[in-house]
Design a protein around this ligand. Structure first.
Ligand SMILES: [Zn+2]
Length: 65
């Protein structure tokens, strides 16, 4: 196993995901996130790092609503 996050492939399309800087907004809060996206089907994959950071905050905000 020698998998970096740049080498994640879409299981559907078998193509490498590309890192895309995306502006996300949730309940008026804007932030930039680098998401890995499949260039073919557009499926976005959330990195572990992101899932434990910003997206965790989103989850909290969701529960709070
Ligand atoms: Zn795909």
């Amino acid at each position: 196993m020698n998998q970096s996050k740049d080498e994640i492939i879409c299981e559907k399309c078998r193509v490498h995901l590309v890192s895309t800087k995306t502006k996300l907004m949730y309940q008026g809060v804007r932030f930039d996130a680098e998401l890995l996206k499949c260039p073919k089907c557009g499926q976005a994959f959330v990195s572990e790092e992101l899932a434990q950071g910003k997206f965790h905050e989103i989850e909290i905000a969701l529960e709070d609503k």
